[in-house]
Ligand binder design. Structure first.
Ligand SMILES: Nc1ncnc2c1ncn2[C@@H]1O[C@H](COP(=O)(O)OP(=O)(O)OP(=O)(O)O)[C@@H](O)[C@H]1O
Ligand SMILES: [Mg+2]
Length: 276
């Protein structure tokens, strides 16, 4: 019995001469936080874009909840319960936080054009449900204070949480987070770790994340997949992957350097390099 929510099988995608993803397979299990790590250009965002159906794989398949995701058109993805945040925040800058969340919710609307034009009972009910969900998410992520603020005026760290909120408003089963800590300071990154843990534990949402900050990765991930130059390097617990010689080599260039660093009692952070 396979308890995978999503299965990627032998995924490859080529852009001209670049094999951005090369024969990558992994399962994301229901209820886990599964994290992709790897140096710049490893192919992590491309894997997300394959799952979001922005790209079609050159070869390979993605199964999601027992059906072939690769058969689905991109506009169906949100309705299938897959939501994402972007490496570079993508919000409507000149709208309030609440409005951004209501826009995020729009994929849930089952109402037709005529029903929207004449503002029927069905449309009214959908509107009320959308508002209720947005308010719930605002409370859940502690955004009450920013509810009616314009996104353009908000600090970067708050915008990252608003983007997360917008994704949650679609009530996803699978949440894709592309570098949730990028641009955040240490304190904001700690907060992000708490939100991700709450999303998993309290909302039961499965999370597939791309992340560079290994402190955050170790704190929240059940399993980690390391990629380099489009290929899978290692898969396992955060500790197993961080200690994998192939992973260390990909980040630092030479295994000999790492052995000598270990002798000097220095630690290896697979993204930041070497710390004293
Ligand atoms: N649309 C595209 N057209 C051409 N090449 C692309 C395209 N998207 C990605 N690539 C290439 O594919 C490779 C993988 O890129 P990708 O953005 O997936 O890396 P990444 O692991 O997310 O890196 P980073 O950590 O910098 O975000 C890179 O060589 C990139 O230049
Ligand atoms: Mg990326």
């Amino acid at each position: 019995m396979n308890d995978a929510l999503l299965s990627a099988r032998n995924l490859s995608v080529r852009f001209g001469g670049v094999l951005a993803v090369n024969n990558v397979s992994f399962d994301v299990k229901q209820g886990e936080v599964f994290t992709l790590i790897g140096p710049n250009g490893a192919g992590k965002t491309t894997v997300f874009n394959l799952i979001s159906r922005i790209y079609t794989p050159t070869t390979g398949e993605i199964d999601y909840m027992g059906a072939k995701l690769t058969d689905q058109p991109p506009h169906k993805i949100a309705a299938l319960g897959i939501a994402r945040t972007f490496q570079n925040i993508e919000l409507f800058e000149h709208a309030t936080v609440l409005h951004n969340l209501l826009i995020g919710r729009h994929t849930h609307r089952q109402t037709g054009v005529w029903s929207e034009i004449f503002f029927t009972q069905k449309t009214r009910d959908a509107e009320i449900q959308a508002r209720e969900k947005a308010e719930q998410v605002i409370d859940f992520l502690d955004l009450q204070h920013h509810r009616d603020s314009y996104v353009a005026g908000l600090p970067y760290g708050v915008r990252k949480v608003v983007e997360l909120a917008r994704a949650l408003c679609t009530e996803p089963k699978l949440l894709l987070l592309d570098e949730p800590s990028s641009g955040l300071n240490v304190e904001e990154t700690d907060d992000m770790a708490f939100w991700i843990q709450d999303i998993k534990n309290e909302l039961g949402i499965t999370v597939l994340m791309v992340e560079h900050d290994m402190t955050l990765v170790s704190k929240v991930s059940d399993r980690v997949l390391a990629m380099n130059q489009g290929e899978v390097l290692a898969m396992g617990t955060p500790r197993e992957v961080q200690n994998d010689p192939g992973v260390i080599e990909a980040y630092l260039g030479s295994i000999d350097d790492v052995s000598s660093l270990r002798r000097q009692h220095k630690t290896v952070d697979v993204h930041a390099g070497v710390r004293s």
